[in-house]
Design a protein around this ligand. Structure first.
Ligand code: PLP
Length: 355
C-alpha cells in the first residue's frame, strides 16, 4: 500500500533524495567505496560541503559577512551554543512552545535572560503580540515554527535588536531576510535531511564577542575557520542535505516551496474548518503551514481512535498529535505532496460521511 508520511521529524524527504543518497552509500562517485567509508578529508567530500554551502547561500540569498557551518548535536545543542557564543550580559526570549522554553532554560547558564512574552497560558495556541523587546539585550531568540503546537511566525520580525532564530522546522520553506539575524539554526531532520546534522548560519562580525572562555568544540569560530572540518562531520547526513538542496533549487527555490506550503495548508485547513467532526487547535492567524494540528470537535471526541485507525488503514503515517496537544498533527514539510494532503482530506470527508 502507498504510504503518506506525515511524521513530524525525522520526516518525509523527496524520493530522489533518498535514492541518490542510497546510491552514494553503495558507491561514492564511482570510487568503489561507500560514502560511509571515505575520509571526510577525501578530495571527493570537500566538494559536497562546498556545494551544499553554496546552495544554502544561493537559496536564502545570504548576504556577504555570513558563514554557514554543519555541526552535530541537533538543534538542542544550539540551545546552549547560541548563548555561549552570543550572550554577553542579557538575552531576550520569546516563549512560544516546548522548544522555545528549552532554549530559554539553557541560556540561563550563561547570563541574564528576559522572557519578552509567552503563550504558555493557553497551551501555546497562539503567538504573543504587542510585546516590547527591551533594547538593552544582546539578542532576541525566537522559534519561527512551533513544531509541537502548530503555530508559526512566518515573517522576519521588526525588533530593535538582533534576532537569533531556531528555524528547525520551517527553514527553506520561505524566503528569509537573513540580514536581520545574527544566527539562524536548525536540526536537519524536519525540512532538510536525515537526522544527524545541524545547519548554522552565523554573522561573522558577531563572533568572538562573548566575555567567556569557550571550550574549543563549542566555539563557533573553530568550525567557521575549519569549514565544518575541525572534527569528523556527519558525512552521510550532509550528503543527504546536499541532495535536498539540489532538489529545492531544481524545483524553483524557496519561493516555490513557499507557494506549495500555502497550497497544502490551505487545502487541509479548509477541510478542518468545513468538516463537522474536526476543529483546529490554534489561533487562525498564527497557524503553521508546516505542522497542521487538529482535534475532534468535543461532541465527536469518541471518534478520535476510530479516525486514527481509519486513516492508518488508508496508508497515513505519523498523524497522531504530540501528547501535549492530543488529536492529530499532519506535518507538511517541503517534501509533502499535494497528493498526500488530498489523500488525508479525502479520508476526513469519507469518515464524516460514514459517521
Ligand atoms: C525538533 C526540533 C528541535 C529539536 O531538534 P534536535 O535536532 O532533536 O535537537 C528544536 N527546535 C525545533 C523548532 C524543533 O522542531
Amino acid at each position: 500500500m502507498k504510504k503518506y508520511n506525515f511524521n513530524a521529524g525525522p520526516s518525509m524527504l523527496p524520493r530522489e533524495v533518498i535514492e541518490n543518497t542510497a546510491k552514494q552509500i553503495l558507491d561514492f562517485n564511482g570510487s568503489g567505496l561507500s560514502l560511509m567509508e571515505i575520509s571526510h578529508r577525501a578530495k571527493d567530500f570537500q566538494p559536497v560541503v562546498d556545494e551544499a554551502v553554496a546552495l544554502i547561500k544561493d537559496l536564502l540569498q545570504i548576504p556577504d559577512g555570513y558563514s554557514v557551518i554543519f555541526l552535530g548535536g541537533g538543534a538542542s545543542l544550539q540551545f546552549c551554543q547560541v548563548p555561549c557564543n552570543f550572550l554577553i550580559k542579557k538575552a531576550a526570549y520569546l516563549n512560544t512552545g516546548t522548544w522555545a522554553k528549552k532554549a530559554l532554560k539553557e541560556a540561563k547558564h550563561f547570563g541574564e535572560t528576559v522572557e519578552v512574552a509567552s503563550s504558555a497560558d493557553a497551551n501555546y495556541s497562539y503567538i504573543p503580540k504587542g510585546w516590547d523587546c527591551p533594547t538593552d539585550v544582546d539578542y532576541l531568540h525566537i522559534t519561527t515554527n512551533n513544531t509541537i503546537y502548530g503555530t508559526e511566525i512566518r515573517k522576519d520580525l521588526d525588533v530593535p535588536v538582533r534576532l537569533i532564530a531556531d528555524m528547525s522546522s520551517d527553514i527553506f520553506s520561505r524566503p528569509v531576510d537573513v540580514a536581520k539575524y545574527d544566527c539562524i539554526y536548525g536540526g536537519a531532520q524536519k525540512n532538510l535531511a536525515m537526522a544527524g546534522v545541524t545547519l548554522i548560519i552565523l554573522k561573522d562580525e558577531c563572533l568572538g564577542k562573548a566575555p567567556r572562555d569557550i571550550p574549543t568544540m563549542l566555539d563557533y569560530r573553530t568550525h567557521v575557520e575549519k569549514g565544518s572540518m575541525f572534527n569528523t562531520p556527519p558525512v552521510v547526513p550532509i550528503y543527504s542535505a546536499l541532495e535536498t538542496l539540489r532538489w529545492i533549487k531544481k524545483n524553483g527555490g524557496v519561493e516555490a516551496m513557499d507557494k506549495l506550503a500555502k497550497q497544502r495548508a490551505d487545502i487541509l485547513y479548509s477541510e478542518i474548518d468545513r468538516n463537522k467532526l474536526f476543529r483546529g487547535t490554534v489561533n487562525e492567524e498564527d497557524r503553521s503551514l508546516m505542522n497542521i494540528c487538529f482535534v475532534m470537535n468535543p461532541e465527536y471526541a469518541e471518534l478520535e481512535k476510530p479516525f486514527f485507525e481509519y486513516a492508518t488503514s488508508l496508508g497515513m503515517v505519523g498523524i497522531k498529535g504530540h501528547r501535549s496537544v492530543g488529536g492529530f498533527r499532519a506535518s507538511c514539510y517541503n517534501a509533502q505532496t499535494i497528493e498526500g494532503v488530498n489523500a488525508l482530506v479525502n479520508a476526513m470527508k469519507e469518515f464524516e460521511k460514514n459517521n
